[in-house]
Design a protein around this ligand. Structure first.
Ligand SMILES: [Zn+2]
Length: 219
């Protein structure tokens, strides 16, 4: 579980509830309904259990097969807006990984594999779509060049997604941005080779793309 950060949790105490609690996702929060008269310790334990259940469910829901289909859809929609259909790259595999503590995603163009950090699973869909499409675009262009960012111009809420990730990292919860140092498995990928540290990454992207900018590597 330690790959998934503490989600935002809102606790609502209900006088009508006696013993049981329940929890559900509401936007980027998990709302937990708990009996009003529980002790602090009992409440904390109940909240932890219920939140873990939601997180586990979301983890299962985001399984790799689903992620692969999502990647194919995004590649066709966004890369396909800029490339002839025959040139739209499809990944060989797309996997959730819990080993990426300091990056959001990675792409290995040589074998077409894409990996996304499981930390993204609790983030809004538009953020996941952005990271996924970003890595797909690396199947076409390795570095964050102008051409790279042009491939992403049809991605909805791109700036918002980047802001979300920046804010998330800046809040100190995790990570150095998604191409930061510290990938434990040490695999090489487009971003790792293009920019092994955050500053190079940010510079390259800033210079390349005007408003699209680059991956920030905060924190
Ligand atoms: Zn990148």
């Amino acid at each position: 579980m330690d790959a998934i950060p503490d989600p935002q949790v809102e606790i609502r105490r209900s006088a009508r509830r006696r013993r049981t609690g329940s929890a559900y996702r509401e936007g980027d929060r998990i709302v937990v309904l708990v009996p009003q008269r529980l002790s602090r310790a009992a409440e904390a334990e109940l909240v932890e259990t219920l939140v873990a259940r939601i997180v586990a469910r979301e983890r299962r829901r985001g399984d790799d097969a689903e992620l692969f289909e999502r990647a194919v859809r995004l590649a066709r929609r966004h890369l396909g807006a800029h490339l002839p259909a025959a040139h739209v790259p499809l990944p060989s595999s797309v996997r959730w990984v819990d080993t990426m503590q300091s990056r959001w995603g990675s792409c290995t163009p040589a074998d077409g594999t894409i990996r996304l950090s499981e930390r993204l699973q609790t983030m809004p869909d538009y953020v996941v779509d952005y990271v996924l499409t970003h890595e797909l675009a690396h199947l076409v262009v390795a570095e964050h060049s102008e051409r790279f960012w042009q491939l992403l111009t049809t991605v909805p809420h791109l700036e918002r997604a980047r802001g979300f990730l920046d804010g998330y990292a800046a809040a100190g919860r995790h990570g150095k941005g998604w191409h930061g140092k510290g990938e434990p498995d040490g695999s090489a990928d487009a971003d790792g080779t293009a920019a092994t540290d955050g500053s190079a990454e940010a510079r390259g992207a800033d210079g390349a793309a005007g408003t699209a900018g680059g991956d920030r590597t905060p924190g």
